[in-house]
Design a protein around this ligand. Sequence first.
Ligand code: C2E
Ligand code: MG
Ligand code: MG
Length: 758
Amino acid sequence: MGILPDEKSTMDDGGRKKLSAMEKILKKEFGLDGKYRLSMYAMILMFLIISIFFYVKLKSKIESVVLEEAQRNITNISELNADAVYREISNRQILLKAVSDNVAASHIEDVDEIIDKMLLYVNNYNFYNMGVMTPDGMLHTTSGKVVDITLQDSPYKDALNGQPMISESFMPLDGGDKNVNLMSTPVYIGRKLKYIITATYYSYDLAENMNTSALHDQGYNYLLNSQGDMAIYPKAGEDKEYLDLMRHINKNMNISPSQGKTIDFEYNGDLYYAHFEDLHINDWCLMTCYKQETVFQGFHAILSSVFQCMGFLWIQIVWSVAFIILLSIRFQEKTHKIVFYDDLLKEKNAEYMRIYFQHIPEDKMEQKAFIALDVDKFKEFNFIHGNESGDRLLKYISRTFHKVLPKDEIFRYSADLFVAMVDGKNKEEVENKIKSLLARIVEDIEKNKIQPFDISIGIRMLKKGDGIRTVHSDALIAKKTVKGNHVQKYAFYDEQMRRERIEFMEMESDFHRALKYDEFQVYYQPKYDMRTEKVVGAEALVRWVKEDGTMISPGAFIPCFEKNRQIVMLDEMMIEKVCHQMKEMKEEGIEVLPVSVNLSRVHLKYPGILKKIEAVLEETGVNPSNLSFEITESALYEDSEPLKKVIDRLHKLGCKVNMDDYGMGVSGPNSLISNEFDVIKMDKSFIDGIGEKKAESVIRSTICLSKELGMTILAEGVEEKSQADTLMKWGCHLAQGFYYSKPVPESRYRNLLIENEG
Ligand code: C2E
Ligand code: MG
Ligand code: MG
């Protein structure tokens, strides 16, 4: 026989939805809800936006710095190049001036002689050729040609005006195929223009002075006139790139090249900067232009490293943040499991229940019941069947609850105590649910699916404004009222229960003080032989006489002391007192009669009192035959074995045993036969039946049976003479009742005994 193996919960969709709603509440409580995640995502998003913002800001800052630097750079390059070209032209002009001065100073008249001298300079200064021109336009060149320049259209004509000059590029007059530039210096003798010294040189030689390497082959240097035409050709013939470029600039920009400033423009899909630098020769300026890309090449490299660094940093941070979030989520989820779930059953625990309760909507409160449920004698169950079986039993309870009431919630509160929240508009609905749960358990026990066990259930219907502590304690109080009850397994809480509970608690706490201050006193109710009306003995009955003199009857406190087992001490005290009082009476010479003391059925389970009885008898020297014990008929409902043992041991001590309250319960004559009682005390309810036919026949047959079995029979609760007469007629001669005497204090009982002797 064992407990059913684990089965999957048969929770339906409604139940699951409810649970997931609960999970949400818990996650919120634990900071794991959507809000939490949302704020995490918002944090990452914010971080991303800030990163982009910084990147854009940084990029534009670097860009503007680089641009400024680039513009400074282009201006510098342009100035340097312009300076180089200017110096080259100036040097040659100085040379021509020197030649001219020399000619003027030495009064050389012969043109050939001048040409001869010039040949030297042509080679040394890398001129294409030099020449001497007379004011009438006849040009003699170092290449041996004599040309009348007035017959052709050439820059030479400009030289005739007697001013030093430099021309723009042109094709040499002697048929050379590379552009040249012409420089001339007049020779004045006296105030008269005598000659004009000319020199031509290759345009590209001059253009080479412009340092294009500074532009990383990504740009151009051109010498332009104020119309934007090329003044010095860098290569032979027309430069196509230049023409295209100039066409573009002219077409798209309203700018005069000589304005001396920097512009930017797009050309052939590339972005360019162009700077115009005044050359201070003629109306010429130097245009330096180059691709922006060249400038930004370095910048892009820096930017891409910055970007890579930032990207790497960003990934690192996002990864770290994500890792921390994941870790904290996992940690919190784990903690959540530990905090809100029971480890053994994987069932929700008390903490979960507390939060669940707090989240019940106010309007749903009156449609629910709070239930406390535990296993009777769970400790003993564990002790007898082992802890593993105990664990399986708890699992069975939680599983069965989910099966039978899938829409309701159960929580493991502690050890074997479960609490549950059950939906139900009224007591009836809740009761039906509880009944179906109990029926399922009984069914499983009958089918031998589980070890037999009992549970007690306390139910508290919820009201608006209820607090968890109150409903919890109310349900526990209700549960207590059915604890150990084999018939009634559940109870609904009511206010009377709480009042009783409070009284119980007060009594419980007063018990030791009452013992200490001797507030428990022995009263004796004499037993009479009705025939002689003489006292033949007495029953010792406890009375609680409080400090203020109020007397409490045992009916008010015995049930409480039986529950908390303080009755053990109380009964021991009674036996002690009775024996000591009998000893004193004997010492005073009073004839001592047998006294019966009540023994609670609690002693059947804790038979330690027997040793106490033995010790007291020995200590006081009371004759055991003068001490008898009363055990109520209801003790027969319990296991009969311990009762038999107790009776047997009392007999061995020499004491008699009375069956108290016979007829009050449901046990029939069998109980008389199967147990070794010496005296049968017929209950008052029996005696009250005298006058009714059925009751009378039962009394008569009981009297007969007890006689047959050799037992003494005594009638309790005899209040009237007629009752006494009837009982005597039927053969019952012993009685105890108000007709003869109420329970009296010890002093009064002594007097009764003394009177009795007489
Ligand atoms: P019990 O043992 O059956 O005691 C008889 C009870 O019936 C006593 O009530 C007594 O006062 C009452 N009684 C006797 N004759 C009459 C009568 O003619 N009319 C009426 N109405 N009542 C009568 P008491 O003293 O209140 O005790 C109640 C019960 O408390 C006892 O019933 C007994 O079960 C229990 N009890 C009393 N003292 C002790 C004790 O020291 N130890 C234990 N374990 N139980 C005790
Ligand atoms: Mg009694
Ligand atoms: Mg009785």
